[in-house]
Design a protein. Sequence first.
Length: 278
Amino acid sequence: MWEEQVQPFLEQHSGITRRRYGDALREFAEWYRTTYGESPDIRLLTPQEVREYVSYLTTVRRLKAASVNVRLAAIRSLARFHERELRVRGPRQERPPVEALDGRELGRLMAALEGDDWISRRNRAMVALMARAGLRVGEVLALKPEDVELNARSGWVLVRKGKGMKERRVPLSAEARRELREYLEVRPQRPGPLFFSRTYQPLTGRDVQRVVVEAARRAGLGKRVTPHTLRHTFATRFLQAGGDLATLQMVLGHASLSTTARYLHPDAGRVQEMVEEL
């Protein structure tokens, strides 16, 4: 029965997802048979039974939260496939802290991308949009030339495909405007996205990741830098400059203010100054 319930579910997936879900569901079935002496039935499976399995994974096998949640996701997805909802929470995953770049580090990163060819200017413009305007890497890659508005003293980009598919206009700093303007001056006149590869193909998030990682290596930053580090850098610097959370939420395109609040980093020196003033 279990195999008959699982097989059509797995057939709608492919590649690594199918393999992970298949392994996770086999593991669960083996535990269930050992624990209850019979095969599981997704139609009759109870939240309490799933909680007991989660407890077994965390306390007996001592798996990390991420590994437990992958297994739990497979069970919940199978339940939804069979039109059931199993409301079971997995263990909380500790997010590794994202370390923002300071002004000097950001300057070194941009310097490592220097060059007169259009690829170098493309890379600097992409990094500027993430580090100086707070765009997500996917939002940068979805931009088209007509989404950019540059004037003498101001500028915007129209993010059409933000998270949740919500549009927003994002203001550009003088530095971001300069980098974009210099890129547009040398960008090959091609239809399609604002940023593309040397062979005029669309870029992927992994392409941008490689650009950022290699630039950080050349700059000798000695820390892990990703596209999200750059967005985090923008948010941190915005708040340090006196910006408020509500405005930052709008600029970043967050649905919840609590998400934006993650970028708050109390500065020990500033806290001491404020205490002294009391």
